[in-house]
Ligand binder design. Structure first.
Ligand code: IMP
Ligand code: MG
Length: 190
């Protein structure tokens, strides 16, 4: 089996192909550029999943902006978020008085982001909004206001374009559904 097949064999179905992803990201970038024109903008990416989205999104924003990253980790290696979050890497810069846009790969239960928002809010930014590439509304356990959303997806475990299963498959250029056999393993890890 070639290595390309080994990678794509984990996918049962392509949910969002490359062209569709890039088209929507261009729209989001244009909207963000318009909304923040004339204001200072700091994009805050959540490592590692958001790196791919951030890189493409930022190049579609036509105003000067800065980027910083945070790494957070929920306990456990499974697919269910516990909402218990550790900061593994904090921001390099202060966000006090700045317009902060948090860039996330996916909002699932919303627990991770809800913790992160409370943490960032305490640092007194001028504004704090969210841009998420994907959202699974059916899984939401906590209400989160997401200013910019790329795609609403059904309750399936997805991989690719930054999203991982046990740290793998982030390098798939599309968003695909993880095959059932592998998803079952993920349930056991949770
Ligand atoms: P939440 O706290 O339940 O909203 O979980 C958010 C985090 O869980 C995301 O940043 C992802 O790292 C991970 N996650 C949730 N759903 C998926 C998925 O379908 N595929 C890959 N990672 C996911
Ligand atoms: Mg993850």
């Amino acid at each position: 089996m070639s290595s390309v097949n080994e990678l794509t064999a984990a996918v049962s179905e392509i949910l969002i192909d490359e062209d569709t992803l890039q088209g929507r990201i261009a729209e989001l970038g244009a909207e963000i550029g318009d909304d923040y024109r004339g204001r200072d903008l700091l994009l805050v990416g959540v490592l590692k999943g958001a790196v791919f989205f951030m890189a493409d999104l930022m190049r579609r924003i036509d105003i000067p902006c800065e980027v910083d990253f945070m790494a957070i980790s929920s306990y456990g290696a499974g697919i269910d978020s516990s909402g218990v979050v550790r900061i593994l890497k904090d921001l390099d810069m202060s966000i006090e008085g700045r317009n902060v846009l948090v860039v996330e790969d996916i909002i699932d239960s919303g627990l991770t982001l809800s913790y992160l928002l409370r943490n960032l809010e305490a640092r007194e930014p001028a504004s704090l909004e969210i841009c998420a590439l994907l959202t699974k509304p059916a899984r939401r356990e906590i209400d989160i206001h997401c200013r910019y959303t790329g795609f609403e997806i059904p309750n399936r475990f997805v991989i690719g374009y930054g999203l991982d299963f046990a740290e793998r498959y982030r390098n798939l250029p599309f968003v695909g559904v993880l095959r059932d056999e592998l998803a079952a393993q993920a349930e056991e890890l949770a």
